[in-house]
Write a protein that binds this ligand. Structure first.
Ligand SMILES: Nc1ncnc2c1ncn2[C@@H]1O[C@H](COP(=O)(O)OP(=O)(O)OP(=O)(O)O)[C@@H](O)[C@H]1O
Ligand SMILES: [Mg+2]
Length: 436
């Protein structure tokens, strides 16, 4: 017979082994680093200017970053920092290379969500984050999924659960409970607010001491930061249910939105959420904090079915929230109003243009969802398969390591989907209310 205690013993043995394996396999060379980008990539793919124009401009101004030349090569290779400096200092045909960002607004937040597993959420989140960074934006990613695919892809594998979305939620419970307890009872509403006590097990974690920046980690991309996840954060679903009992007035689903509201408006441009394949406390936090919802889906019948059921379940969950928390202090500009997205889009992934079924499904999605279906699906490509220790995006892979045509096609499909994503975000951003 095996009880929870036996399982616990097995787990501690396993953890010891895990730590040992990590030590054995870790070496600094295996740390994820970002490659340099060739002048061909910088001019034609990133700045979208003619390569000879670009070279001419560099030659004309020796104070501009010149990149590095490899021993046997002729191309110059630029770091992302250098690319961003060029962006700031160069104009082509009197046009700035800086990306568009509406003035005076906070970063725009997009959740990549679908309760269907394997829909391509993490792949889309990773590629959109990288494409946005190459486009000159400052990006914050939030990994809401205890599978931690995005965190691992971004090179973060040694994360404690306190520093994940889970920590943000527990910290919010403490802060919200203190705030409610401090409210004068019998105030305007005439209702008395019950005093809630949190057990030492919650208080003693010391989470309320953590600052906003403590949850944010650097990645190998200088303009991408990450709030990571880890396997241990899986118990958040279980713990959150208990926490709601401790304070039934706690608007648990708004914890991450409140946290993000505390980040200075100008720290980031885009915030991208990778969601777990399940409805729960973490995914509801993601969806609630999001301005824009992007729903990736594979191009098969079953995926169509589960995407349909995803929007049904999401709609019901949001309706429940509206009913249960009408008077909650919602994040900025959202007091007591139902959660509303500035845009919702469906995005087909793993699409094969030569496959009749896929084309038929694209038409079916288009008939049903109309403009809400992203025009450019993400095509199936061998270029994003796991490469070594880390999952890498096509942007990270050096094109000399594979057939140039395969790399170009893969990059082109993500570029098109990202370009559409960015234009949709900018339109939504323009519609976003300024902070009251
Ligand atoms: N465009 C693509 N071309 C080829 N393979 C892809 C593509 N998109 C995703 N995949 C592969 O499909 C698998 C699932 O993708 P991914 O992890 O992005 O899905 P997910 O929705 O995040 O999954 P989960 O629900 O488990 O979080 C991965 O092995 C990934 O490499
Ligand atoms: Mg995933």
């Amino acid at each position: 017979m095996y009880t929870y205690e036996d399982l616990h013993v097995l787990q501690s043995q396993s953890l010891k082994m895990q730590g040992w394996i990590r030590k054995q396999t870790f070496s600094p060379e295996l740390e994820k680093t970002l490659r340099r980008f060739s002048s061909w990539e910088v001019s034609e793919l990133i700045f979208q200017v003619n390569q000879s124009t670009f070279r001419g401009r560099l030659a004309a101004d020796p104070s501009l970053p010149a990149g590095e030349v490899e021993e046997d090569g002729r191309q110059r290779w630029f770091s992302l920092e250098e690319i961003n400096e060029l962006r700031r200092r160069m104009k082509i045909n009197r046009k700035t290379l800086l990306p568009r960002r509406p003035a005076g607004k906070r970063a725009i937040r997009a959740a990549i969500a679908n309760f269907k597993g394997g829909a391509g959420k993490s792949t889309v989140a990773l590629h959109f984050a990288h494409a946005a960074a190459l486009d000159g934006y400052r990006v914050l990613c939030v990994d809401f999924d205890p599978q931690a695919t995005l965190s691992h892809s971004m090179g973060l594998s040694d994360v404690s659960e306190d520093h994940t979305v889970w920590g943000i939620m527990a910290r919010d419970l403490i802060r919200e409970t203190d705030r409610m307890n401090a409210m004068p009872s019998g105030a305007a509403s005439g209702a008395s607010v019950p005093q809630r006590r949190l057990p030492a097990s919650v208080r003693d974690m010391g989470l309320e001491e953590l600052r906003v920046s403590d949850f944010i980690q650097n990645t190998s991309w200088p303009t991408i930061d990450l709030i990571p996840s880890c396997a241990n954060a899986a118990f958040v679903e279980f713990a959150s249910a208990q926490y709601r009992h401790l304070n039934p007035d706690w608007s648990f689903f708004a914890a991450v939105a409140r946290y993000l509201d505390a980040i200075p408006d100008d720290s980031y441009d885009m915030i991208i959420f990778d969601c777990p394949p399940a409805i729960g406390y973490q995914s509801m936090n993601a969806v609630f904090a999001a301005d824009v919802l992007y729903i990736p889906s594979g191009p098969g019948y079953w995926e169509y079915d589960s995407t349909t059921s995803f929007i049904g379940q999401l709609s019901e969950a949001l309706e429940d929230l509206n009913a249960g928390f009408r008077d909650v202090a919602f994040p900025a500009g959202n007091h007591g109003r139902p959660k509303a997205f500035l845009d919702v889009r469906f995005l087909l992934t793993r699409f094969e243009p030569g496959n009749d079924l896929h084309r038929a499904m694209y038409d079916a999605f288009g008939k049903v969802f109309g403009e809400r279906l992203a025009e450019h699906p993400i095509e199936l490509t061998r270029a994003v398969e796991q490469s070594g220790r880390f999952l890498s995006s096509v942007y990270e892979i050096d094109y000399r390591n594979m057939t140039r045509e395969t790399w170009r096609r893969a990059r082109a499909t993500f570029d098109r989907a990202y370009g559409e994503f960015r234009d949709n975000l900018i339109a939504a951003w323009d519609d976003m209310e300024d902070k009251a």
